[in-house]
Design a protein around this ligand. Structure first.
Ligand code: ZN
Length: 495
């Protein structure tokens, strides 16, 4: 009996040591989350502080590095409107990594993070020197920020030919696509990071959490086969996801991997670079995506460290497959259980309201709130939600006495009018101040006064109790009439 116990123990010990040996084949590494967070705060590029910036803003940040011993700055070519596309090359290692951003002109979050990374790489004599030495020795990094500068100029997805560059990898009809493909041919990267933004209404399925970051290891064929190249991209994503869970628990999703033969990510994967698509989505209270920029910085820096060390091999592809797929059930404002009436029918209804961002002729953006969905929306989520049980949909009124200019109004005057059920004011002079931040409609807005919630219409109405307005919804913004508003309203007068 005793002998049996001993041999069992021996067997068990052997099994454990075998497992340890198996594990030793792979480099184990786990990120120092505090270090990554501090590095961002130290090295974030101060000239980039909001989402909308153009090529003129980033060009000096590139050109100032022309004489830097750390970077080789090269001109790759020019956009349709003759803006210069640059590449910055860092490091002398054998693992080649290409990182390109903003091939969609209105997707700028990762561009900011790339400049933060350049600043990080330039630091010296601090606790990060060992990371820089590692990256310098083991990797060659090719940074291509803002592939679509003409689109960025007007914060538009497509380029100046109206072509979607991420559907132009096969045809390369656009100069920007030719440049990106030529860079891939010249650099022959082992790894690629294809950096985008997705709309803020994607959520992690079954939750009200925005998909703040979504990933994809794009498929290189219709069969969605997984070879070593694509498998490595999946492993890298598993590491990035683990890091993100510290910061945005259950706030990560992935795209479905239907093959897109025209997409750059799909083609990079086909050309032999393990390619990761990163999509920056929304995060509550972060309209300018500065926290999401930080997340980008941290996961990119960490992934580069993992590439340098080879530690991404510790991760399992199955954990990539386990990341949930994006759902699209979010809106800006979800109001449930409103009582409405149309054609003598009284009915309960939920409303999903979205606030579209529109670029004005002065290239400052304003917001247009609209009713995006009407009906039973109990499985939907809002960045802001209101249960309107007991409240009735009420049409707003136009205040009869005109004001001269918007300057005659202020927040407390407007709140007084709202409390009386007026949500629109006439102005004699609308020429000046076309942008304004008051929770009221100004005449000339092309106002729609619905008696009941109308799909697709502007989101302008009251919620009332016993005929008295309790909430105003003006241009998609929710205003509690018992309080004074604390939000910045990005409203606009249409001439
Ligand atoms: Zn995109």
């Amino acid at each position: 009996m005793k002998g049996l116990t001993i041999s069992l123990l021996l067997l068990l010990t052997t099994m454990i040591s075998c497992q340890q040996k198996k594990g030793e084949d792979k480099v184990m590494y786990s990120p120092d989350t505090l270090m990554l967070s501090k590095a961002f705060e130290t090295f974030k590029e101060p000239r980039l502080s909001q989402r909308r910036f153009n090529h003129q803003v980033i060009e000096p940040l590139i050109l100032k590095r022309k004489d830097s011993p750390l970077f080789q700055v090269s001109t790759l070519g020019h956009s349709v409107q003759k803006r210069t596309l640059y590449q910055l090359h860092y490091g002398k290692g054998s693992k080649k990594v290409m990182l390109w951003s903003q091939m969609h002109g209105n997707e700028s979050t990762a561009t900011m993070a790339l400049f933060d990374l350049l600043n990080f790489l330039e630091g010296e004599n601090d606790s990060y020197d060992s990371i820089r030495n590692l990256l310098n020795e083991k990797t060659s990094l090719f940074f291509l920020p803002m592939i679509n500068p003409d689109g960025a100029e007007i914060f538009n997805r497509r380029n100046a030919l109206d072509i979607d560059l991420n559907r132009d990898a096969r045809a390369t009809a656009s100069p920007e696509s030719k440049i990106l493909k030529a860079a891939a041919e010249a650099n022959k990267p082992d790894f690629g990071f294809n950096l985008h933004d997705q709309h803020i209404y994607y959520n992690v399925p079954g939750t009200g959490n925005p998909a703040t970051i979504s990933f994809l290891a794009p498929a290189y064929n219709y069969e969605k086969d997984i070879n070593d190249v694509r498998g490595r991209a999946m492993q890298l994503i598993v590491g990035m996801n683990q890091l993100l869970q510290h910061y945005i628990p259950n706030g990560v999703a992935k795209y479905d991997d239907t093959h897109e033969p025209r997409g750059f990510g799909d083609n990079f994967q086909k050309w032999g670079a393990s390619t990761v698509l990163i999509e920056s989505g929304g995060y509550k209270g972060d309209p300018e995506k500065q926290y999401i920029r930080k997340l980008n910085f941290m996961i990119l820096l960490n992934a580069l460290i993992e590439i340098a060390k080879g530690s991404y091999e510790q991760y399992h592809r199955d954990d990539y497959q386990a990341i949930p797929e994006n759902a699209s059930k979010l809106c800006d404002l979800l109001i449930k259980n409103i009582t409405a009436e149309r054609d003598s029918v009284t009915y309960p209804v939920d409303l999903a309201i979205k606030r579209d961002e529109i670029t004005a002729p002065d290239s400052v953006f304003y917001v247009r709130g609209r009713i995006d969905d009407v009906g039973d929306l109990k499985e939907s989520f809002g960045y802001q939600e209101l249960d309107a049980k007991g409240l009735t949909f009420m049409k707003g009124k136009l205040y009869p006495t005109p004001y001269n200019t918007v300057d005659e109004l202020n927040s407390s005057k407007v709140m007084d009018l709202l409390r009386q059920g007026y949500f629109a004011i006439q102005l004699r002079n609308i020429a000046a101040n076309r942008h304004y931040s008051l929770p009221v409609l100004l005449s000339g807005n092309g106002l729609i006064y619905g008696n009941s919630p109308t799909l697709g219409s502007q989101a302008n109405f009251f919620l009332a109790k016993d005929g008295q307005p309790v909430y105003a919804i003006v241009n998609g913004y929710l205003i509690d009439l018992a309080k004074s508003p604390d939000e910045e309203f990005r409203n606009y007068i249409h001439p």
